[in-house]
Ligand binder design. Structure first.
Ligand code: DAH
Length: 352
């Protein structure tokens, strides 16, 4: 019994020093260490509680109350100090990130082109220099352009894979799920021959995570001609674009059979790569394959829907623009591309 009485008195005698130690903590990390020392499983206070178990009920209550009081004072002090330190942290962050609206404008802080816009500009230049037209299409589409004319009639199973946003109150309006609808617009308005690309936003009912977003950008390519075009031509086109985009000279592309209703045969294409310092580097000697996009030879039904008859050949392909940007710049989370954080925008953008 005497033991417990001595131990509890000693705890009480230490209380002021402990409270002072808590008050002196200058960071949350230090406070956490102090908390563990004072109230952790092997602390003097907690082990005193287990000593109390062997006492008579009255003594247990008496000493229990005294130890609980010490514990409660320590907890209150820890909580106060924690609150103060957190508040200090917030204030410090606000000070560090303060924006002085009275400062004169520094031009490179004034705004920058977003990396997606910048990339689309680069791609546009590349294709224009090669004699392609760069066509814009509307983001609000009808099911004719987005699906029917692309050999995807109502109830076609491929429609389900494109969880579509329809527009309330309008029978037939939707947010386009793919830029392939611009192929249809080009074929109907320009006729044969066609060498075109289109870039822009597409929409699907996907939950947002590190690699998905309900809105993302695609690059669509289409070449149509009266003289024969083969998968070889398609492959050469892809190799050229990928070499240009990633700044490499010897990229290896392979096709895997896949299904897209508007092409036959339909394919997905992969590039050979290896990882260097965590970065994807495309090369002939890479040891792995990475899926990059979809492609194929234009399906005869698509020509038919667009009113193109006679002997005609075509190939088409598409890339996810965010995907190729993320690969090129080693960005692991697509959300970084849509963030409004000025530091990210400045890092990836360039002065307007
Ligand atoms: N539109 C397809 C999609 O979004 C991608 C695609 C696949 C486009 C094959 C093409 C193609 O032009 O030939 O999933």
């Amino acid at each position: 019994m005497a033991d417990v009485s001595v131990v509890v008195t000693e705890l009480e005698n230490n209380l002021d020093a402990w409270l002072a130690a808590i008050g002196e903590c200058k960071s949350l990390e230090v406070l956490d260490v102090v908390r563990k020392n004072l109230l952790g499983r092997s602390s003097a206070i907690i082990s005193t509680f287990s000593q109390l178990k062997s006492l008579h009920a009255d003594d247990r209550r008496l000493y229990g109350d005294r130890v609980n009081k010490i514990k409660a004072s320590l907890e209150a002090a820890i909580s106060d100090t924690q609150g103060a330190l957190e508040e200090m942290q917030v204030q410090e962050k606000l000070r560090e990130e303060a924006v002085d609206v009275t400062l004169p404008v520094i031009s490179d802080r004034f705004g920058s082109t977003h990396i997606i816009t910048k990339t689309m500009g680069r791609i546009r230049q590349y294709y224009q220099a090669r004699g392609f037209s760069v066509i814009d299409g509307p983001e609000l589409e009808t099911s004719f352009f987005n699906f029917n004319a692309l050999n995807t009639p109502k109830h076609h199973p491929a429609r389900q894979s494109h969880d579509t946003f329809y527009i309330d109150g309008f029978d037939d309006l939707l947010l386009r799920t793919q830029t392939s609808c611009v192929q249809v617009r080009a074929m109907i308005s320009d006729g044969v021959p066609i060498r075109m690309v289109s870039m822009g936003k597409t929409y699907r009912r996907d939950a947002i995570d590190a690699t998905h977003s309900p809105m993302f950008h695609q690059l669509e390519g289409l070449v149509v001609d009266r003289s024969p075009l083969s998968i070889g031509h398609l492959k050469r086109e892809l190799v050229k674009f990928i070499s240009f985009f990633f700044g490499v000279s010897d990229v290896a592309v392979r096709f895997r059979p896949s299904f897209f209703p508007f092409v036959e045969p339909g394919m997905e294409f992969d590039c050979r790569y290896s990882k260097r310092d965590g970065k994807v580097v495309f090369s002939q000697s890479g040891d792995r394959w990475l899926e990059i996009g979809g492609a194929g030879m234009v399906h005869p039904n698509v020509f038919k829907s667009c009113g193109i008859t006679g002997e005609v050949y075509g190939f088409a392909y598409a890339f996810g623009i965010e995907r190729i940007i993320m690969l090129k710049d080693s960005i692991s989370d697509i959300r970084n591309l849509y963030s409004t954080d000025q530091r990210l925008l400045r890092h990836y953008g360039r002065p307007a």
